[in-house]
Design a protein around this ligand. Structure first.
Ligand code: HEM
Ligand code: HEM
Length: 237
């Protein structure tokens, strides 16, 4: 099958679709869930960061490159290409206004996530590697930067857009791959997609609330995760 830079390619479109669910969708879901450790406070959230930082460097980097960066980069770049081609909605005949609007919103959310992720990854992973200082992705840094209302709104919207994109994408994916053929199956997956969208958005927002409500610098004494003897530590922000 010949490749063209101006026409969509069946195989590339399929890979684009698959990467949206695995690994990118899966990565985002576990990423947002692990971020809710912020609700437990600094020690818990930094414990998650420490778990990944504690991996052998070559393993962590290989995992980041092959399981996150390359699939995400491909999905994002090919996604922008799909949007730029402004292909008509292939559901147009079958579904009316609501589905067309949701389909359009998924493309708009893709573009928004593109901008959000450039900002997010530059200020987390890239900053961590270039500064050589893992503190920049730890609890105290999040507590400080989310005090800025612009940053907070960017995260509130970034999380909502990503979860909508994944939720609606899951529904689209199941139709595209022939997983949901009957009308009953499509109604079922619609409910699951809604649950994924709303549920994950709340999970992501809960993580933000954790950073805002818990104060950094208070580390529970060993063996007393909550309400134990507190030790004050200082952190660069
Ligand atoms: C509650 C909101 C979020 C928080 C607190 C958060 C936190 C973090 C942190 C701490 C890192 C650095 C990881 C490291 O370098 O070890 C990171 C990286 C990353 N985040 Fe988020 N994130 C949030 C939302 C999102 C969302 C909505 C997405 C969308 C998919 C996302 C995608 C990514 C990606 C792709 C990376 C780079 C992964 C890597 O190289 O390890 N994040 N995030
Ligand atoms: C980084 C910027 C992103 C862009 C520009 C983008 C773009 C797109 C576009 C245009 C589609 C529709 C494809 C079509 O009509 O056939 C799509 C589908 C999808 N995207 Fe993204 N996306 C991005 C990020 C993400 C992220 C972070 C996730 C996961 C959390 C994700 C998951 C999905 C899924 C599951 C689908 C459905 C696949 C299908 O239609 O079969 N995308 N994306």
């Amino acid at each position: 099958m010949a490749l063209s830079l101006t026409k969509e390619n069946y195989v590339l479109h399929r890979i684009h679709s698959l990467t949206g669910i695995v690994p990118v969708g899966y990565y985002m879901a576990q990423h947002l869930v692990l971020n809710t450790f912020s609700i437990g406070g600094e020690a818990y959230f930094n414990g998650v960061i420490g778990f990944f930082e504690g991996m052998p460097k070559h393993f962590l980097l290989a995992m980041e490159i092959f399981a996150i960066w390359l699939p995400l980069l491909f999905h994002a770049v090919y996604g922008v290409f799909i949007v730029s081609r402004a292909q008509n909605n292939y559901f147009e005949e079958k579904y009316k206004w609501d589905h067309n609007r949701m389909f359009f919103l998924q493309r708009v959310s893709g573009l928004f996530i593109f901008a959000f992720l450039i900002y997010h990854v530059l200020t987390t992973t890239v900053y961590k590697y270039t500064s050589g200082d893992p503190e920049v992705i730890k609890f105290a840094a999040w507590h400080a930067k989310l005090q800025n209302p612009v940053v907070l709104i960017a995260y509130v919207l970034g999380i909502a857009a990503s979860c909508y994109h994944l939720g609606y994408g899951l529904w689209n994916f199941c139709i595209r791959w022939g997983i949901t053929v009957s009308e009953a199956a499509q109604v079922r997956i619609q409910k699951i997609s809604l649950l994924v969208c709303v549920g994950l958005t709340l999970v992501g927002w809960a993580a933000l609330a954790g950073f805002l409500l818990k104060k950094p610098g208070i580390v529970p004494a060993a063996g007393a995760p909550e309400g134990g003897e507190a030790t004050t530590i200082s952190r660069p922000i």
